[in-house]
Structures are given as C-alpha cells and as structure tokens.
Design a protein around this ligand. Sequence first.
Ligand SMILES: *[C@@H]1O[C@H](CO)[C@@H](O)[C@H](O)[C@H]1NC(C)=O
Ligand SMILES: *[C@@H]1O[C@H](CO)[C@@H](O)[C@H](O)[C@H]1NC(C)=O
Ligand SMILES: *[C@@H]1O[C@H](CO)[C@@H](O)[C@H](O)[C@H]1NC(C)=O
Length: 351
Amino acid sequence: MPSVANVGGSITSAVALTLLAWAVRFIRSAHNKRVGAARRPPEVAQTNTTHSRFYTCLSPASIQLLVETNPFPHCIFDVCPDRPAAPEKLPPCLSAAVRLPAKQVQAVLGGGMTAWMSHSSASQHPMPSPHHFIVFISGNEAEMEEAANAAAACAFEHVAVLQGSLSHFDEAVNAQGHLRYIHRDALAILLQRQNTSGSTFRLLDVRRSDERMLFGSIEGSCHLPAHQLPAALQWPPSSFEAAYHFPKPTLQDLIILQSRTHKRAAWAAQAAIDAGYKHCIVYRQGTYGWRLHPSVKAYKSYELGHAPPEPDVQDPDSINHSTAQAELLQLYSHPQPHGEPSSDVADDLRA
Ligand SMILES: *[C@@H]1O[C@H](CO)[C@@H](O)[C@H](O)[C@H]1NC(C)=O
Ligand SMILES: *[C@@H]1O[C@H](CO)[C@@H](O)[C@H](O)[C@H]1NC(C)=O
Ligand SMILES: *[C@@H]1O[C@H](CO)[C@@H](O)[C@H](O)[C@H]1NC(C)=O
C-alpha cells in the first residue's frame, strides 16, 4: 500500500485502511437494507427481449425527480383515452403533462411543427427534439406501451414509460427511501484507495460529453450520460462495454454518481435504483466543488447547443483528511435509518 501512507494524518495508515474498508462495506449493507425495505424493483433480465425493446421503465420517484429538478431536456405525455370524457386525475407534479392519446402519438411527434402546433394540448409546450427524453404516463399500460413504441418509431432515442400504476403514484413516491450522499473529501480518499487496491466501486460521471471535454473530469470516473443511463443499464454487458468503454457494473456493485453539481447525479441514482442497482450513492458537490486538481474546472450550467461559459475562477484546495475520516466514520456510526451494521462490518472493526 505505497501511496496511501499519507491517508492517516493523526492515525496510522493501517487503521485508516481498516476504517475505509468497513466504511465501504457499511455503505453497501446499509443501502442494501434501505432498498430492500422500501421497494424491490423487478430484477432486469438481460435477455434479447429487453434489448429489443425501445423504451425503458421509470419509477414514480424518478419521474417526480425529473419534473422537480429538470436535469435535462424532457417532455412528459399523459396518454389519455381518445375521448374527452372524465380525464384521469393526475398527481400534482404531473399536471403540466401534454395530453396525447396513444393513437395520435405518431402523427403529432412525427409530423413536424405543423402537426405539433395543431394539437391543442401539445401546442402549449415547446416541441421536443429527438434528443429530448420522452416519458409516457397512463393508467392504461397497453396504451402507454403503444405510445412508447410510436415515439421510438419517430426516431426519439430516449423513451421511457411509468413503472407501476398511475393511481398509486404519490404512494410509491412516498414509499421510496432517501438517496444517500457522499462528500468530496471522503470520495477523494475512496478514489485514492481504489487506485492502490483495485476496484471497489465505480464513479459514474453522468454529464454530457461536451462538458467533460471542455471542463475536465475527475480522474478515475467513467462516462455514462444521465439521459442514456436507463437504457444503457438494460443492455447486455458486451453491448454496454462496446458503447461506453468500461465494464457494465453488476447490480451488486457500489456505484457513486457524479454530475456538475448533483441534480443529474441524483436523478441518475434513482434511475439506477429503478433498474435494480442496489448500492448507489450521489457525490454531493459535483465537479463544481472538486477543486482538487486544476484539470477539473468549475463552470455555470449551460444547455447543449448554447455557447459554453468561461470557467469560474476558484481557489485550489487539498483533501481534508480529518473531514474525510469523519464522514466515513459517520457513515458507520450513524446507520440511519437502517438499524445495526451487518456482522461483516463488525468483524472488520474487530480485525
Ligand atoms: C439472443 O439472440 C441471439 C441471436 O438471435 C441468440 O444466439 C442468443 O442465444 C439470444 N440470447 C438470449 C439470452 O436469448
Ligand atoms: C493513481 O495512480 C497513478 C499512478 O501511480 C497516479 O498518476 C494518479 O494520480 C493516481 N490517481 C489518484 C486519484 O490518486
Ligand atoms: C479540515 O476540516 C475541519 C472541519 O471542517 C477544519 O476544522 C480543519 O481546519 C480542516 N483542516 C485543514 C487542514 O484544512
């Protein structure tokens, strides 16, 4: 363990390594319990069936996050029945959805601006472009799937449908546990440790390619843009690796998600949980708060196609080892709300 000798600060590196080892295990076991208690998403079978489907499923929690935090351009459609009577009452966060019967999806999404503007509900919203993330919600599963297939046929690349029932939407959101977060110094220490002792987790950068190219990326991160993540996590490992140039994480792997701040990372973490990933953590400060390496620059948010901003000037910083250790310890000693640490963590403590 050559390059981690400086981890300890006031304690020896051996003790520090032990702390880190059980912190990682703790994070895993605590998160595992949370997911188990809250809701068990269906295991995603990596077969030809899912690979040939052109849309993915999102939980109520990730659809609500999408609406609340607007992590990337998207459009939500309420696939209403093809008659005006008795519109289904939508959860408040979805009240701005475009109302569009399944039978009209192809005509309205594939018919250009004229078709969009001549539809009464659609015309009140900006027309989505093919790189927009499209979500269909409905009380009727068959109509929702028909709509999703029609959108995919109109060359929309990122299409999703609501997983579960619309009438239990709010209930499902409330039943969902909180996302877990990690802060900069603890993440930096985990990355250093990863470097010397092999892979224990994967840091996923869910920003766009242009942001990574122009403003740098955290060393050791792998790139998987947030809007592509739900579909990518359905792919067979070989297709995933061919597209993203790193091995597809397994459902048991610890993944830490990271964006410019944390909005997209939080959305992506929820989408990964939807896909059956059991150990997802959001890096809180994002590249904006990294400041540990001059190649990672801070910048204001901007949309694809707009002029990128000048990087913000920030004072460089260094890892605060006591902050890092405090967080890793905290993760262990306050296992809120998941009860006692598992016995393997206790074994690590005694070691
Ligand atoms: C997927 O399809 C290919 C070719 O069509 C076939 O060889 C393979 O066995 C299928 N895999 C599964 C898991 O069904
Ligand atoms: C990982 O190790 C390489 C080679 O020793 C070094 O250049 C790099 O800075 C290290 N990265 C981290 C995050 O410590
Ligand atoms: C590390 O953080 C702690 C608490 O935030 C602070 O009191 C301490 O001065 C920091 N240490 C260094 C070296 O910056």
